[in-house]
Design a protein around this ligand. Structure first.
Ligand SMILES: Cc1ncc(COP(=O)(O)OP(=O)(O)O)c(N)n1
Ligand SMILES: Cc1ncsc1CCOP(=O)(O)O
Ligand SMILES: [Mg+2]
Length: 224
């Protein structure tokens, strides 16, 4: 990549953002990734976190496998939290939260790779932008069982609040998002949705992503 990702490109990548690690999957995670990519997932985050998460070589092997799947599908591969791992693998980007390394420091370390930052308030969002975020992860929008230390759900109102406060950076909504909630999330100002359980827990990850994509397209076109 020669320069920072353009906001228009970032918005496209964010449309259907799959976040996952082995802890979220009842089958081999790369099978879920393969199906999700076949269904049209537009970006993938490797989030190997929580009880029973892989570490060391097994974790790196899984990350590499998913990265290769993303490369073949021409979909960005993002690493959650672990800047060292992202640099080692030459990932397309990193996602960090308010309790992780500071955005300014991560931006310095990763150069022009994509940087996603979680924010829960207008102030956090403004600081993330100042420190070099390419997109904001906003949530939990709805209650979630996929993150042990999740803050209280804020509902789609937080998305509207951010947009009304003049935040124009690409935004992805996350937390408890199901197919039935897509229109509400996009309608409130998100450019896309980030999902764990609605895809990893689906009988068919491919069908789940295809259904999400249908809703997202309609949301983006303002069709209800
Ligand atoms: C797209 C996206 N948005 C938000 C998060 C949450 O990040 P963080 O608050 O750092 O929490 P952990 O995921 O690290 O537990 C995310 N991972 N992705
Ligand atoms: C990582 C993360 N950050 C905020 S909510 C969340 C978990 C989202 O998972 P799910 O889509 O299963 O609610
Ligand atoms: Mg984090």
């Amino acid at each position: 990549m020669t320069g920072r990702v353009a906001p228009e490109m970032m918005r496209r990548h964010l449309r259907m953002y799959l976040v996952l690690g082995s802890v979220n999957c009842s089958v081999e995670p790369s099978l879920v990734v393969q199906e999700a990519l076949a269904g049209g997932a537009t970006m993938v985050q490797f989030r190997e976190k929580g009880q029973g998460a892989l570490t060391g070589e097994p974790m790196i092997r899984l990350a590499r496998r998913i990265q290769e799947q993303c490369r073949q599908a021409r979909v960005p591969f993002i690493v959650n939290d672990d800047v060292e791992l992202a640099l080692k693998l030459d990932a397309d980007g990193v996602h960090i939260g308010q309790d992780d390394e500071s955005a300014a420091s991560v931006r310095e370390r990763i150069g022009n790779r994509m940087l996603g930052v979680s924010a829960h308030t207008v102030e956090e969002a403004r600081r993330a932008i100042l420190h070099g975020a390419d997109y904001l992860g906003i949530g939990p929008i709805y209650p979630t069982r996929s993150k042990d230390d999740a803050k209280a759900a804020q509902g789609p109102a937080i998305l509207r609040e951010l947009r009304e406060a003049g935040i124009r950076l690409p935004i992805v909504g996350i937390g408890g998002i199901t197919v039935d909630r897509v229109e509400e999330v996009i309608g409130a100002g998100a450019d896309g949705i980030a999902v764990i359980s609605a895809v990893t827990g689906a009988a068919s990850a491919q069908e789940a992503v295809e259904t999400f994509m249908g809703k997202i397209r309609r949301g983006a076109e303002g069709i209800s």
